[in-house]
Write a protein that binds this ligand. Structure first.
Ligand code: UD1
Length: 432
């Protein structure tokens, strides 16, 4: 397994560029399953999850061409298989996004039921209840979700989510786009990725209004067609780079981002003493305030509030703030795996239920640490950049799922970070 070796303590400076949003590209890559025409997507990040999503489409019978590294041309004219197998779903939960489009277009779909993962149980019951509302018959057999539209087509309905779910909202958006009649989604997720998917679907001929707000209305259409679309910038990668600049006491220009998509993160970081300037509509300049960082409390909530996907990185930052910060995780029940790794680097953190108290400021010192999930990995890389000495991060395949070329990007702004492949690690005499 590959590792990162970080020699920390160097302020980062220069320009760093943000890739397309993984969490937008995933549903947008599932949307072409709704049509036999070609959908062209630009700014698709080159990360592991998207390679997995592409494999899923190809397994189903779609053709995916990549005329350029970050452009995907998807044609789902000849779909022969209507199922996402466990081998894929277990490596990437977002494969459940195939369910909505397959069910809507072909009236049948089978997707392996995702199990729990490092951050919680993560059921998909709300997706399934919503499909039932749209007239589908849903059953679970031998670990697979089997869904059918009795007369071949879903029927529009009111879907009132009892809890905000991002991929649940996306699945229903795609399913309802081809349903007969009108669907209203209430308590819909408002994440920018929802609006991005809706924009693509509307370009394909869907009739969706209100995406990005809690109420979305969809007039089902008979069929959808081809379209061309550019994926929005990744707001979580943007936030991660803002923390990288702040935690190392450097000065970073974060380019190709969309500041409007991470207002809550920017505000919270400013409250903690980080200077963030908006140089233009797509560039942020981050530097640490002269007086240093101060403790700041945060609670994760659905968009537009502070995102759970930035909680781990913010915790890393708060290890460098004076005072005690209280961090409350309300979205996932087990999302503090990074805390024990940060403690190995010298942080002082107490966990009680869904609350973490971070007592700063700690002098972080490099150590061997383990990446447990995607965002946890980002937080320990950030802490490693701020720590003195060497940090070795193991199991970096987690970070490869969602951060494009993180090592190369960080190196261009002065970080001392290298990737060690298995072979090199072994020749250096370490056990793997
Ligand atoms: C998406 C994001 C993920 C982010 C999360 C919350 C993608 C590919 N992933 O995940 O990065 O951390 O939103 O912003 O976009 N829930 C249920 N039943 C369901 C569905 C969800 O109980 O059927 C619960 C979940 O366990 C969780 C909460 O609802 O506690 C929110 O989950 P959800 O928004 O669905 O997360 P994902 O869409 O899986």
């Amino acid at each position: 397994m590959d590792k990162f070796l970080i020699r920390g303590g160097k302020p980062l400076s220069g320009k760093i560029s943000v890739s397309g949003a993984k969490n937008s590209a995933l549903p947008c890559l599932a949307a072409p399953l709704l049509t036999s025409e070609t959908v062209i997507l630009h700014n698709v990040p080159y990360v592991k999850d998207l390679i997995t999503q592409r494999r899923l489409l190809e397994d189903l019978g779609a053709t995916v061409l990549t005329p350029e590294l970050r452009t995907h041309k998807v044609t789902a004219a000849n779909i022969e298989i209507f199922e996402a197998p466990y081998e894929l779903v277990k490596t990437m939960r977002a494969s459940v996004l195939a369910l909505g489009p397959l069910l809507a277009r072909f009236g049948k779909a089978k997707v392996s039921l995702p199990g729990g993962c490092a951050i919680g149980t993560r059921p998909i019951d709300l997706h399934l209840k919503a499909f039932e509302k749209l007239g589908a018959q849903v059953s679970i057999e031998s670990g697979d979700v089997i869904a059918r539209a009795p007369n071949g087509r879903l029927i529009g309905a009111v879907v009132d989510f009892e809890k905000v779910t991002v991929t649940g909202t996306e699945n229903v958006l795609m399913a309802a786009a081809l349903a007969k009649g009108k669907t209203t989604i209430r308590n819909a997720a408002c994440e920018p990725e929802i609006a991005d998917l809706a924009e693509l679907l509307n370009k394909m001929g869907a009739r969706i209004r209100g995406a990005g707000t809690p109420t979305i209305e969809i007039e089902g259409v008979e069929q959808l067609g081809g379209a061309e679309h550019t994926i929005i910038p990744d707001r979580i990668e943007t936030g991660t780079f803002l923390v990288a600049g702040a935690i190392t006491g450097g000065e970073l220009e974060v380019k190709d981002c969309e500041p409007q998509h991470l207002r809550a993160v920017i505000e919270k970081m400013r409250e903690a003493g980080v200077e963030i300037e908006e140089l233009n509509q797509s560039t942020l300049l981050v530097r640490r305030n002269q007086t240093g960082l101060k403790a700041s409390d945060v609670s994760t909530e659905p968009h537009p509030h502070f995102p759970t996907d930035m909680q781990a990185q913010f915790m890393a930052l708060m290890t460098q703030a004076e005072g005690t910060s209280t961090i409350t995780e309300t979205i996932f029940e087990n999302r503090f795996m990074h805390a024990s790794e940060l403690i190995r680097l010298g942080a002082k953190i107490d966990i009680s239920g869904n609350t973490a108290k971070v007592h700063g400021k700690s002098a972080l010192m490099g150590a061997p640490v383990l990446a447990s999930d995607l965002r946890a990995s980002a937080s320990i890389v950030l802490a490693g950049l701020a720590a003195s000495g060497e940090t070795v991060v193991d199991r970096v395949y987690h970070i490869d799922r969602g951060y494009e070329n993180i090592v190369r990007k960080l190196r261009t702004v002065g970080a001392d970070i290298v990737r060690i492949t298995d072979q090199l690690t072994m020749s250096a005499g370490e056990e793997v």
